[in-house]
Design a protein around this ligand. Structure first.
Ligand SMILES: C[S@@+](CC[C@H](N)C(=O)[O-])C[C@H]1O[C@@H](n2cnc3c(N)ncnc32)[C@H](O)[C@@H]1O
Length: 256
């Protein structure tokens, strides 16, 4: 199988900018996920004790894997396509004292979702529709799981009246998203909604702008490419704030 989106598309950048992205995003540990929300969801549902092993698909710099290992002592395997992110994840796990619990590998997510596995938990956080719409995505995420295993997803849903935006064609409003998840066969155990945080988005945007400016100062030939990326990030933030809501889902694979 091939992912429905390429790596650059999941990071909203042009392919030529991909190799510079680790530099632009160097101030971020989490690349979209909000690990405290995921931890709180597992705690409030009281299911963490049933989870010893997890697979964090598209783990980025490992923020979620490391948080789960630290809080619950879970063994987490993370996989991500970008080698520089994987190296950052390994260093961060060592700094956090959980390098014995976290194993990060560079690779394509397709390898992870096409082989049957026996993980207790699969995490898919801020990755979007790389595997297609949510029904197909959840069906794939069940592959590496044992029977009755858990899935944590962080994604956004559209608010009523949201305009069509490239990259969000596969998204839907909350009720429709729920219906589409149910079609996958997974059970919905819990769902939490969060408003988009304007203040946090502004702070994130400032960090991106600062690192982008430093890159262009060193490499003026990249000015147009970087400017297009920054502009797109701004538009994306505006769209997310105005037209979407963050949602965290806890799902369960059915008994075989
Ligand atoms: C928006 S980031 C989210 C990362 C992480 N889950 C987090 O929230 O910090 C999306 C991640 O997906 C990874 N990615 C995109 N396509 C991939 C693929 N085909 N296989 C593995 N990783 C991929 C990117 O390298 C990037 O780190």
């Amino acid at each position: 199988m091939k992912p429905d989106l390429d790596v650059a598309a999941t990071l909203e950048c042009e392919p030529e900018l991909l190799r510079y992205l680790p530099e632009i995003l160097q101030d971020f540990d989490a690349l979209g996920s909000d690990p405290p929300r995921l931890i709180e969801l597992l705690e409030t549902q009281g299911v963490a004790d049933e989870i010893r092993t997890g697979l964090d698909i598209c783990s980025g710099k490992g923020a979620t894997s490391i948080a789960l290992a630290k809080r619950f002592g879970m063994h987490i395997d993370g996989i991500d396509a970008i080698g520089a992110f994987v190296e950052s994840a390994r260093a961060a796990a060592t700094n956090a004292g959980v390098d014995e619990l976290c194993r990060f590998t560079t690779g394509d997510l397709c390898a992870a979702v096409t082989r049957a596995g026996s993980y207790d938990l699969v995490v898919f956080s801020s990755v979007g529709p790389i595997l297609g719409g949510i029904t197909k995505t959840v069906a794939h995420l069940m592959m590496p799981l044992r029977s009755l295993g858990w899935i944590l997803i962080e994604d956004s849903v559209l608010l009523p009246g949201a305009p069509v935006r490239p990259g969000f064609e596969a998204h839907a409003e909350l009720d429709e998203t729920r219906r589409r998840i149910e079609k996958s066969g997974a059970g919905i155990v819990a769902m939490c909604k969060f408003g988009s945080e304007a203040q946090r988005n502004d702070a994130d945007m400032s960090r991106i702008v600062r690192r982008a400016a430093a890159l262009v100062a060193r490499r003026p030939d990249l000015a147009d490419l970087v400017a297009r990326y920054v502009e797109r990030q701004r538009e994306e933030c505006d769209f997310l704030e105005r037209w979407t809501q963050d949602v965290t889902w806890l799902l369960r694979k059915p008994n075989a």
